[in-house]
Design a protein around this ligand. Structure first.
Ligand code: HEC
Length: 157
């Protein structure tokens, strides 16, 4: 019993100590998705959908929930954001080649079509981020239309 008490006390102390350290936040001033918007021309409602359902993990600006102030949840969120951005960052759209953009759109088609994104751990807490059938179709239609731009290399001026 004694040893159990010591272990629990140790765990509590570690959790308390963790509260003093928080990972750097993914926030940068300004809207960095201007180029993405210009090139791919999403409708306003589609842009809102991407913002509400994807940008938290796939852009340079995360809208953090209050529980991000609690460690280790903050680390878990930071991990998702970092990994999400490594795969796809709408704020860095201009850094991708035409081929890469085409490929990313194809991946968006796959993950949205297969309902793999947004992550279920995310929609569990952000119910409003779960895609409705209409939003899903809107994304899929837009992907089809937009991929042609990159396949033909015909960017809007
Ligand atoms: C809670 C964070 C989070 C949200 C919200 C989110 N993603 Fe992701 N996404 C990730 C992570 C983490 C990965 C990398 C690991 C993986 O594939 O599960 C990823 C990977 C991806 C990939 C690459 C898949 C591959 O096969 O490499 C695409 C494309 C993608 N997400 C699109 C989206 C779209 C579109 C939305 C919104 C409808 C979205 N994501 C919402 C975290 C997120």
């Amino acid at each position: 019993m004694k040893i159990l008490k010591k272990i629990s006390l140790g765990v509590v102390l570690i959790l308390v100590a963790m509260q003093f350290y928080s990972p750097t936040k993914n926030i940068s001033p300004g809207d960095h998705t201007v180029i993405f918007t210009k090139e791919t021309n999403p409708s306003q409602s589609l842009k809102n959908t991407l913002k509400n359902s994807c940008f938290d993990c796939h852009s340079d600006n995360t809208a953090y929930p209050w529980y991000n102030n609690i460690a280790p949840i903050s680390y878990w969120i930071a991990d998702h954001v970092q990994e999400g951005k490594e795969h796809l960052n709408f704020s860095k759209w201009e850094h991708y080649t035409l081929d890469k953009k085409n490929h990313l759109l194809q991946e968006i088609e796959e993950v949205v079509g297969n309902e793999e994104m947004p992550l279920t751990s995310y929609t569990y807490l952000h119910r409003e981020a779960a895609l409705t059938e209409i939003e899903k179709n809107e994304i899929l239609d837009w992907v089809k239309r937009t991929r042609v731009i990159y396949q033909l290399g015909k960017l809007p001026k």
